[in-house]
Design a protein around this ligand. Structure first.
Ligand SMILES: [Mg+2]
Length: 237
């Protein structure tokens, strides 16, 4: 765990990213590619398409895997649009990261909680449903509801969360804290909004962790588990 000299005792509300922060996004990718593979087998006669797509995922070659399969099987590239939609709209089966549920319960006993996520609206809604998160937090903001220009690092989503939690904050003074996994987009808008930021660095992320483009894109602290996160965000003494 590493942390700058931020005063973590000032944190009044904690806001989480979704993919690869609260649950392993690899689970969604696996289910989506299996669904697409079955469609290819049943509707387009592409034998063992499911197996091939899942193998590409395991090799770290998820991006472009559908296009490559269509090409190698001589299938029309236009059907990729439909297949990508099927990937996004499949009904996922997901589980929270180890310790996430306990951390959400503990943090909610201290103050309001929210989720702020990018990603296609329908995918994000079905992930939240599959994980049962609606009842575990006080607000959920899916930036895509307002269009792709509102995706992080845009500040608009962070401002929407502040507005959504306003009533829950009562007279509580407190700084907002954003917990995410991606230094390219998770922390800049939060920092510019005066929030504290924590990078939760899980080892099994879907894509390799990108480097922060500038120091302003870095989080104030890095933790490697929900247990470490709870330790960082000590309750006010
Ligand atoms: Mg993420």
């Amino acid at each position: 765990m590493s942390s700058s000299h931020a005063n973590w005792r000032l944190v009044g509300a904690v806001v989480f990213d979704l993919d690869d922060t609260l649950y392993p996004e690899r689970q969604f990718a696996r289910g989506g590619l299996a669904h697409v593979g079955r469609l290819l087998e049943e509707r387009f006669g592409a034998l063992r398409a499911r197996e091939e797509l899942l193998a590409a995922l395991e090799r770290g070659q998820r991006k472009g895997a559908i296009d490559r399969l269509l090409e190698s099987r001589g299938l029309p590239p236009e059907i990729a649009v439909e297949l990508v939609r099927a990937y996004r709209e499949h009904e996922p089966s997901l589980e929270l990261h180890v310790g996430a549920r306990e951390a959400l319960v503990e943090l909610r006993s201290r103050g309001p909680l929210a989720i702020l996520t990018d990603g296609p609206l329908e995918s994000q809604r079905s992930k939240i449903r599959a994980l049962g998160l609606r009842a575990m937090v006080d607000a959920i903001v899916i930036n895509d509801e307002w269009g792709p220009e509102h995706w992080k690092p845009a500040r608009s989503g962070f401002l929407r969360v502040v507005a959504a939690l306003d009533a829950k904050m009562d007279n509580r003074r407190g700084v907002f804290c954003y917990v995410g996994d991606n230094p390219v987009k998770d922390f800049l808008g939060a920092r510019e909004s005066g929030w504290l930021t924590v990078e939760l660095r899980h080892s099994d992320r879907l894509d390799p962790r990108p480097d922060a483009p500038t120091p302003e894109h870095e989080a104030h602290a890095v933790v490697e588990s929900f247990e470490q996160l709870l330790g960082l965000l000590q309750p006010p003494g």
